[in-house]
Design a protein around this ligand. Sequence first.
Ligand code: PLP
Length: 713
Amino acid sequence: MSARTRRPALDRFRLAAAVMVVCIHTGPLSSVGDGWDFWLTRVLARTAVPFFLMVTGYFLARSGWKNTGRFLKKTALTYLAAVALYLPLNLYGGGYGPLEWGKKLLIDGTLYHLWYFPAVILGVFIAWGLSRLNRSAALSTAALLYLIGLGGDSYYGLVSSLSGPAAFYEAVFTIFEYARNGLFLAPLFLLLGAAGVTLGRAVSLTGTLLSLAVMTGEGFLLRELDWPRHDSMYLTLPVCMLFLFSLLLGRNRGEDRRARRLSLLIYLLHPWSIVLVRGGAKAVKLTEALVDNSLGHFSAVLALTLASALALDVLRPMRPSPTARAWKEIDLDALRHNAEILQSRLAPGCGLMAVVKADGYGHGAPVAARHLQKSGVSAFAVACLTEGIALRRAGVRGLVLILGHTPAEEVPLLRRWRLTQAVVDEQHGAALNDAGRPVRVHLAIDTGMRRLGIPAEDTDALVRLYGMKNLRITGIFSHLCVSDSPKRPDRDYTRTQLTRFYQAADRLRGHGYDPGRIHIQASYGILNLPPQPCDYARAGIALYGVGSSGAADGVEAGLRPVLSLRARVVCVRTLRPGEGAGYGLDFQARRDTRLAVVSIGYADGLPRELAQNGGRVLLHGQSCPMAGRMCMDQLFIDVTDVPQVRPGDIATIIGQDGGLTIRAEEISRRCDTIANELLSRLGGRVGQVVRQESNPCGSIRRARPGNADEPNS
Ligand SMILES: *Cc1c(COP(=O)(O)O)cnc(C)c1O
């Protein structure tokens, strides 16, 4: 979209609408004449709030009401902030009783302008519900509600003389302070906005002007008759809004986020400006110019409001776009899918323990763990204390097991964050016990890997550990070291490891000790062994849809890669035959060549040798070879055969583009490593975006209930 065609009419009208609300609360023309002020603030400016409701309905409907939850949350938070902002004024005014606070907060708004927030929240609930009916049924219901509201608003004089309706509205007014609320006013405008009607330009314009004229007549007539109890709603208003919104929609190109933010700030801040202008004017003895003169008052309030809105906008938190340079894309649906597949390979009663060490193998541990938790996973494993704390801070509940060594000095932190610690040998257990406070542990059992653990056959040591009073032993586990190998001797070794493990557990039972939760399989143990009689299986790499060894072993099991890695093309150069490029001029052009420079390098975690070992990336759905030496922050690719490549294009280093895919396993094979290393080394300056289509709720079976490991469950 070129700059010339950008014309964000909707967002700009938000500013106008916010200024209209300021008008309503300051009466700019009242010094000029009552009639003029009435026309401006009680007729024209009555389009402002319906407009805000219509834009809300318009955007929610365009997302298929999918963003409704997020919108409601954001609105509720904004409202709470506004309530806090105006608390001093409430308290200065004497405050409310507890019951009245509740009513104000939930229904009428805690200050005069804040009624909009509870109204839009209730209105969106109703409109969203109605939107599931067919459109005309929804609109007629909302119109009926509006008509009922009219009777309690501008047409109150008409109905209040009749005893039945009068009693009805009395009842309404014990709940709502006004009829312009979330029940009667908001649903109609939200749904009119959702309908997104666009008429021709001439029709919209004529319609807007004519209906405004009629509404002016209606307003003045009702004023003459002295019918209004309040004057937010007119019979003509919905018609007028339909034309006005269509006029704006027809001219709307692009968006202006700044106008959006400023209009909200103007709306929120102007009552404080009114208070400050009044107080300030008194202090400097300018009451006549800044308060009594209505135009002076309005201008001062608007200027102060605008100045503070602009200042707050400049100071707002701003974050760089994660996709500006190089980024990971995390597919949460694939993560959940993999968890379901792995879970389905376990014995009944055996739960998945998600291994999210090394920042979730580079996938972002908090995001991954939170999503798995929503899907029903209730046990997690990390490598060290800081990773465990990070999970708890991210809101992860249930078992969090630290698989690596944690020194006994850290026992207070283990306790504070309710982490379960692996005991890596007897000495470690004794040190933890000597720290003097109870700590929850799983005993690591060495069944042949010889890395961590108490030797499986050393029953005496195990029994001694069970005798240590500060060790709350809630499980034992071991780790298999050749379960990924199909070779006969390796399979025999794995069987020996399993036997040693189960025998150790049995001997403990024989001594009258409960081994607690037992677990031994990791990813390859799940993929290559039959279901085991365990309580957990610890899945790491397979959860991320990747195989450790060169082959993409997970493909057979139906696992899907969770991570993609992408980066931007920053520029494209042309080289003549014989010209070189990059450090050492390692690349030499043999023909007329176009080289694209991509903004990712070895400092982002890519192996430096990849460029010389046949590395490639995907661009415009085609495979392009890397060229020359990889730099710390950039790499070259040869795009001679993909002429449409431009700066800003997205290069895929891992993942899918069009019909082609590059897997992490391919890269690790080229660089003589395993995908675990490649993924876990992806650097911290690489951005991250998360994709999720479906709703994750509780699809994964839990481990057997009554889990002593889960302090929160
Ligand atoms: C890393 C680790 C796992 C997970 O291994 P994967 O092969 O990635 O599934 C399981 N258990 C222990 C003890 C580990 O260190």
